[in-house]
Write a protein that binds this ligand. Structure first.
Ligand SMILES: [Zn+2]
Length: 328
């Protein structure tokens, strides 16, 4: 079933691969009774530690191994990357691994997620999922206050795409809407480069969802200007009329200045500052009337809520309610 091959035949030709790998110092215990081998490193660890955390390893160790005389059997971790095995073992042998997973090693999350899912390291997987849920939550309030905004991870397309692929592979739906959003807001150049790493369904979801976000971006610009609207907008937003010329003019200037074409051609709604184009702007000095400012800010909130409420439909073809229910 799993892709572990236990190689207890010391004379076997397959050992060649293992001998090219070198021991990884901090995970080479002299009293270890099993060696895990990747194409890069050898890890001499303890069966009891692996068995305690993983049902797959527990079952494997219960099976009689070929050669009882073998000192320390070597298990070739076929199909697993060295990085995955290393991160998993470092986590297992870290007495504070729960804390470690919370820390800045967010870049290791997709490796730990993949490998702990594959070999059913239940406790580790549960903790990884908890970390991921707090980084990629299912509520707008949770998202706006998530630590993801402080982490480098947020601006690392490669890591986010890896996580998205892993979330798909292991069917972790709860984190997908936010992950899709975060992946979709990168410039197209970055997306083109990384999109082949995703499964085909995932590619389609990402591109179609991004298209929707780009359309929303146009609405954001339109809605930033106080003007009269006769209705007909699909969005739950109404714009009041302002009769003060300086107010209208300032809004136009701010829009032109802040929404100018540059590296980022679109404005991704959930990335906008909570004061939007009014950030750092003194209303009185700029001749913006209180009514228009309040109206603009409430529209901005409404736009974010609107986008958030449709995020899972647009990217995952599900409602938030369904997703929360499935994750229980
Ligand atoms: Zn006004």
């Amino acid at each position: 079933m799993h892709q572990v091959e236990e190689d207890t035949d010391a004379a076997g030709g397959e050992r060649d691969t293992a001998t090219e790998s070198s021991p990884y110092d901090s995970l080479w215990f002299d009293d270890g009774n099993i060696i895990l081998s990747t194409d890069i490193h050898l890890y001499r660890v303890h069966k009891i530690v692996l068995a305690e955390h993983s049902a797959v390893f527990r079952d494997m160790f219960q099976m009689p191994s070929g050669d009882a005389n073998e000192d320390v059997p070597t298990v070739r971790m076929a199909g697993d990357s060295d990085e995955e095995i290393k991160v998993l073992l470092l986590t297992l042998y870290n007495s504070k691994f729960k804390q470690a997973l919370q820390d800045t090693r967010a870049h290791a999350l997709s490796s730990v997620l993949s490998i702990s899912s594959k070999y059913n390291f239940h406790v580790i997987r549960t903790h990884v999922l908890r970390c991921l849920d707090s980084l990629f939550p299912t509520s707008l309030e949770g998202f706006l206050s998530s630590r993801i905004h402080e982490l480098e991870l947020k601006n690392s397309p490669k890591l986010l795409f890896e996580l998205l692929a892993a979330a798909h592979k292991f069917e972790i739906i709860s984190i997908q809407p936010v992950l899709y959003y975060l992946c979709a807001r990168f410039p197209l150049e970055a997306i083109i480069h990384l999109i082949p790493t995703l499964p085909i369904d995932c590619m389609k979801n990402l591109l179609l969802g991004r298209d929707w976000l780009c359309a929303l971006s146009q609405h954001i610009v339109e809605q930033s200007l106080p003007s009269y609207r006769s209705g007909g907008s699909p969005l739950p937003i109404s714009v009041r009329v302002c009769g003060v010329a300086s107010c209208m003019e300032t809004f136009r200037t701010l829009v032109a200045r802040q929404f100018r074409c540059g590296l980022w051609r679109f404005f991704f709604v959930l990335d906008l500052d909570e004061r939007g184009i009014l950030r750092g702007i003194n209303l009185r000095e700029n001749g913006i009337c209180e009514g228009c400012a309040a109206n603009y800010l409430s529209q901005l909130d409404a736009m974010k809520e609107y986008a958030w409420s449709r995020l899972p439909q647009k990217f995952c073809h599900k409602l938030w309610e369904q997703i929360r229910l499935e994750c229980r």
